[in-house]
Design a protein around this ligand. Structure first.
Ligand code: G6P
Length: 618
């Protein structure tokens, strides 16, 4: 969390930085700030609130130069206020620093610095770090680079930092450990853009370098040097590995929609199509994931598959559990990455681990991967962000190719994750001979049709908006589903609570009678996923149980189902498909329902309170 952006070059830095901060605001929006250099002085402007508040605060008072950096914060240490906002100054105001991550041993360092006479304005770990660098430089009479390097060898924790010095107005220093940092490279190294992800960079250049853990980049006009933080490797010159990104600016803008979330919901026919592109040709029975070939035997022969993820990615993992066990007949366990990493999990070399992450930066998932790796397991990644830390930490993997997801609540990433996991399961099932050829062929053809069916499901948008109008003032909602659609019920409830702040619970429909049924009365809306699959009859009974207690039922049904309409208060149709593919369709109305309710309640759907898109803290 927290967004970092910086620029060094020939243009006016401030507009580039502010635009970059707006693109990164999904990473945190508790405060925003910029640092610029003018007349050899470092100027820091910062404000509690969003980037728009910072812009109002800046008004016309800033004339900027061609170097600067900015930060948008998701608070960890210290409440969100102007003082705790980044950038932070050193004591003499000659250095400024922005930071994404957590310095775990900051309290010890702070004690030492207090003893040496430093005074701190706020409560952040980041302010301590810039004072620490200042102190090291003073004591060692060394270059800023050396002081940063020494300081980072002392700190415990995670960081992506950028440091600017009034004494060196043509230099940006940046370093990372466990928090992402991308450098955009201009022609002949005359310009550099730095950011937490590529979205603020892409409109200027497609040539980027992803900084690796424990690397420091020194940028001066015309020159980029990447060095190692560790003293033992300080003489090794790293040749920057420049990657060419295919991301387009259009893909990260709203394209006429009111919000990124709505745009991303409506993009799903296209994002799933992109996910399938080049991988699936049903008529030729061709199905291949180019990123999963070298270690495919590990998956085929796995005694067990362990799936790791957080949030919506964990829900995609739960869907995958049902899919893998159904098609490939391999036992699957799905774990919250945060739980997995803090117990003593039994992982063996014969286990295959699949780590799912939209951002590819979630700290808990990354740490869980390292733990599983240390126990000899082979790790497969399912990530959306190309070049992200998780995609690089895994042995092999398949990208979801959903395009940039900016709305904090995940939508198109979920359907793309499920699509990739389905393809993985089908490949394994075919190779293991656990599904008949005819079924394999039918599923490939149906998967090819799924984007069309998602488009059909989206056509019920207006009807869903009407239903949202009726329930927008609910205080609680229950989501129920069975089998492949139990995880979808969890995802529907998560979508509602994260963007509308209505308390919602997802449950397996049959579990209702073990607790949630006590909550049912005339004020309780219950969303049922009641499609015509193998558990249809059972779900119908569950609906009747709710109706008998006067609950209000919104049912997601298969098109043409007239029976459920006789008992439910509202029905929303989705096209019919094979059971394993239904989550790709049933989730669509649930995303739209949450979206409309949140908008009607006046909530900011793209930036729900207290949340962040990329959770790079534990
Ligand atoms: C945050 C986001 C969620 C996301 C989760 C996992 O909580 O707000 O939308 O599902 O992190 O993120 P990942 O990038 O690992 O999928």
């Amino acid at each position: 969390m927290c967004g970092i952006v910086a620029y060094l070059g020939e243009q006016d830095a401030l507009p580039i930085i502010l635009k970059g901060l707006r693109r990164l605001e999904y990473r945190g929006y508790d405060s925003a700030g910029v640092a610029l250099i003018r007349d050899n002085n470092l100027l820091v402007y910062k404000k509690k609130g969003k980037v728009a508040d910072l812009e109002t605060h800046l008004e016309d008072k800033v004339k900027t130069g061609s170097i600067g950096m900015g930060h948008t914060r998701w608070a960890t240490h210290g409440e969100p206020n102007d003082t705790n906002a980044h950038p932070h100054y050193s004591s003499d105001n000659r250095l400024a620093l922005i930071h994404n991550g957590i310095i775990e041993n900051y309290a010890t360092i702070k004690q030492e610095l207090l003893r040496k006479g430093h005074q701190f304005l706020g409560q952040t770990d980041s302010e301590v770090l810039v004072h620490f660098i200042e102190q090291i430089q003073k004591e060692n009479q060394c270059t800023l680079f050396e002081a940063v390097r020494i300081a980072l060898n002392e700190v415990v924790g995670a960081y992506a930092i950028v440091v600017m010095s009034a004494d060196d107005p043509n230099q940006l220093l940046a370093a990372r450990k466990s928090s992402p940092l991308v450098i955009g490279i201009g022609k002949e190294n005359k310009e550099f853009w730095l950011a937490s992800d590529a979205t603020p960079i892409i409109e200027y250049t497609n040539e980027v370098v992803y900084l690796d853990d424990l690397q420091i980049a020194v940028m001066q006009k015309g020159n980029l040097e990447i060095k190692d933080i560790r003293a033992s490797l300080s003489n090794v010159v790293n040749i920057p590995y420049i990657q060419h990104l295919d991301l387009t600016l259009e893909a990260i803008e709203k394209g006429g929609f009111d919000s990124f979330m709505l745009k991303e919901i409506f993009e799903q026919p296209e994002s799933v199509r992109n996910c399938l592109r080049g991988r699936l040709i049903a008529d030729k029975l061709h199905l291949q994931l180019g990123g999963i070939t070298t270690h495919i035997d590990k998956l085929l022969n796995a005694k067990r598959i362990v799936i790791l993820g957080c949030g919506t990615s964990w829900h995609a993992g739960l869907v995958a559990e049902y899919i893998f066990e159904e098609l490939a007949r391999i036992p699957v366990e799905v774990e919250y990455a945060s739980e997995f990493r803090y117990r003593n999990p039994i992982i063996e070399a014969e286990d295959a681990v699949i780590a799912i992450s939209q951002s590819g930066e979630t700290a808990d998932t990354l740490a869980a991967i390292e733990l599983a790796k240390s126990k000899g397991a082979t790790i497969f990644g399912v990530c959306n962000v190309v070049g992200s830390s998780i995609s690089r930490a895994t042995h092999e993997g398949a990208y979801t190719h959903a395009g940039p997801e900016i709305g904090v609540a995940s939508t198109k990433a979920f359907t793309a994750q499920v699509t990739v996991l389905l393809m993985m399961a089908l490949i394994i099932a075919k190779k293991r001979g656990t599904i008949p050829d005819a079924q394999f062929s039918e599923l490939l053809h149906e998967l090819e049709n799924i984007p069309e069916k998602i488009a059909k499901a989206l056509q019920f948008n207006a009807q869903i908006e009407d239903i949202a109008q009726i329930y927008k003032n609910a205080s609680n909602m229950i989501y129920l589903g069975r089998g492949f659609n139990f995880p979808v019920a969890l995802e529907g409830a998560l979508k509602l609570k994260e963007i509308s702040y209505i308390h919602a619970e997802g449950y397996p429909a049959a579990e209702m009678k073990h607790g949630p049924i006590a909550l049912i009365d005339a004020d309780m809306p219950v969303v049922f996923i009641a499609i015509k699959d193998s558990s249809y009859e059972k779900v119908v009974s569950n609906i009747q149980e709710v109706k008998a207690r006067k609950g209000r039922v919104i049912a997601i049904v298969t098109e043409g189902d007239t029976f459920i309409a006789t008992m439910a208060d509202h029905v929303i149709e989705i096209p019919s498909t094979y059971d394993v593919l239904t989550p790709l369709l049933t989730v669509i109305p649930l995303q739209l329902l949450a979206y409309h309710i949140a908008v009607m309640r006046g909530c900011n759907v793209d930036q729900p309170r207290n949340l962040a898109k990329s959770v790079t803290v534990e």
